[in-house]
Design a protein around this ligand. Structure first.
Ligand SMILES: Cc1cc2nc3c(=O)[nH]c(=O)nc-3n(C[C@H](O)[C@H](O)[C@H](O)COP(=O)(O)OP(=O)(O)OC[C@H]3O[C@@H](n4cnc5c(N)ncnc54)[C@H](O)[C@@H]3O)c2cc1C
Length: 480
């Protein structure tokens, strides 16, 4: 008889979970575990919004396991010590988990793998379609530019369609005999993990979402039934629900990117992917690219990949401006709308993420790391790989970056992508009655009207600060 341990991490689902499938196939009894490990940088870097999501996601996973006659054991503390304790008290002889790719977790897992060698730990890919070492240039080095990475990834999928074949939920998830379950002392109630903050802001935030595998799959099907058909255009319109909103589900592994790709490609049986579907596939692969960059260039979590940026003349005294940006009180409507959407819902539209990031970096001259930290704390989809890549892309200091001299003009961006102003009116109600032609630049209204608005004057002059940023960039441009 064999008794296994399935260690859930960023894979909070039952379907298409390779580690779980193998554990169920090869064990007669299975202990399912989640450990909130404060030493684990990947997890401890979870911000407040992500911890709220995690709370609900663990509750959903436990419900699904109980429906199958199993349950989720929760523990808090050093993962290595807790796993050893489970193994000894539970008579475990095999351990299974899906791999993570951030540097701290890789180091921690390596240590655990050798410390538990008596249980022959087996690890799997449950987080990505292709692992970071699978899609490389012909000379074996990692891609630094997205388009060739995407072409190679698409080729890999074409050549080996099995890489998007997804696993069904295990037919049987073996439980634990009651005497073994009772012998395990490491078992906390969900509320004892203390993932929820004392502020009740999280309840209104979660009213915009349902965490868990069932919700993730339903969300994907809703998206594939309709919005995907206009994705190419609507993905840039923050006032339209035109994107999949799968990011938190993907981050926590409530759904696998293989399953998303598999469902998307299911339509291909009757012909090629449409342009809209293809654009969506490219975004799923951007996430893969971000993980590849995290794996091959782990320093990019905190440091610019382009070293010239470590000498950039950032503003020194940033507290006031940073706080106005965080609170959505910069006086620049589309920036404020985005920052308020973020605080209220834990999510922000991609187009607006680029606008608010560009504003912070290139108009306020605040280092991108300060914005990355705020996003990490407030996004429900906060992801070490995608977040650092998104910020470095906007700063112009990362891989395949937007050039530094491309400064997003928030007025033009607003006028182009929020033409009628629905998005700004919704999130900045002080401006709800403003005529559309002034909505994205209320500072051009006459003074008497402005006084009635209860909305701040712009924090900075957009044109002047843009020039200051370009001047600062000119100073590092020729250096090495
Ligand atoms: C400054 C900045 C910070 C960001 N931080 C994060 C983050 O912490 N977590 C995160 O998941 N995404 C991040 N992104 C990428 C992107 O904004 C979100 O993935 C997207 O808005 C999520 O919404 P969606 O699920 O509706 O996306 P869709 O448009 O429906 O895309 C489908 C999926 O593709 C992936 N994806 C889409 N765009 C990107 C991208 N540019 N980079 C990587 N993956 C992408 C996501 O997993 C997304 O769920 C960031 C972008 C920027 C510019």
């Amino acid at each position: 008889m064999s008794r296994g341990l399935m260690w859930f991490r960023q894979d909070l689902r039952l379907s298409d979970n390779p580690a779980l499938s193998e554990a169920c196939r090869s064990c007669d009894e299975l202990l399912c575990v989640f450990i909130d490990d404060p030493m684990e940088q990947g997890i401890s870097r979870l911000g407040a919004a992500s911890r709220v999501w995690l709370h609900h996601s663990l509750a959903a996973l436990d419900r699904s396991l109980r429906d199958e006659g199993s349950e989720l054991f929760l523990a808090r503390g050093d993962a290595s010590r807790i796993l050893r304790d489970y193994i000894e008290k539970g008579g475990i002889d095999r351990v299974f988990w899906n791999r993570c790719y951030d540097p701290a977790t890789i180091a921690r897992d390596k240590h655990i793998k050798s410390a538990l060698s008596d249980c022959e730990p087996r690890t799997f890919n449950g987080l990505l379609i292709h692992e970071p070492w699978q899609n490389l240039k012909s000379d074996g080095s990692p891609y630094r530019v997205y388009t060739p990475y995407w072409r190679a990834a698409a080729r890999l999928v074409d050549e080996d369609e099995t890489c998007v074949d997804t696993l069904q939920k295990p037919r049987v998830i073996p439980g634990l005999s009651p005497d073994v379950a009772n012998a395990l002392s490491q078992k906390l109630r969900l509320d004892e993990l203390q993932l929820l903050p004392s502020l009740d802001w999280h309840e209104s935030m979660m009213s915009h979402w349902t965490a868990g595998e069932d919700a993730a799959r339903a969300q994907l099907e809703r998206f594939l039934k309709g919005p995907v058909n206009d994705y190419g255009v609507n993905r840039d319109r923050p006032g339209v629900a035109g994107t999949s909103r799968l990011s938190p589900h993907l981050h926590f592994g409530e759904i696998s990117p293989r399953h998303v790709m598999n469902r998307l490609l299911a339509g291909r049986k009757t012909g090629a992917l449409s342009d809209d579907e293809n654009t969506f596939a490219r975004e799923i692969v951007w996430r893969e690219f971000a993980y590849a960059i995290l794996f091959h260039f782990p320093q990019t979590i905190d440091e610019p990949l382009d070293e010239r940026f470590s000498r950039f003349a950032w503003r020194q005294d940033i507290d006031r401006e940073l706080e106005r940006w965080q609170r959505g009180m910069t006086g620049v409507p589309i920036v404020d709308a985005g920052m308020r959407e973020l605080y209220a819902t834990g999510w922000m539209h991609n187009r607006v993420r680029m606008i608010v990031a560009s504003f912070l970096i290139k108009n306020l001259l605040i280092p991108w790391q300060a914005g990355e930290r705020w996003f990490r704390d407030t996004l429900v989809d906060a992801d070490l790989a995608s977040n650092s890549m998104g910020w470095q892309w906007t700063a112009g200091s990362g891989v395949d970056a937007s050039p530094f001299f491309r400064v997003f003009n928030p007025v033009l961006q607003g006028e182009k992508f929020d033409k009628q102003g629905d998005y700004v009116r919704h999130w900045v109600p002080e401006l709800a009655e403003v005529e559309t032609r002034y909505l994205h630049k209320p500072w051009e209204l006459d003074e008497a009207t402005r006084k009635t608005l209860d909305y701040p004057e712009p924090l900075v002059d957009l044109k002047q600060t843009r020039q200051e940023a370009l001047d600062a960039f000119a100073q590092i441009k020729g250096t090495n």
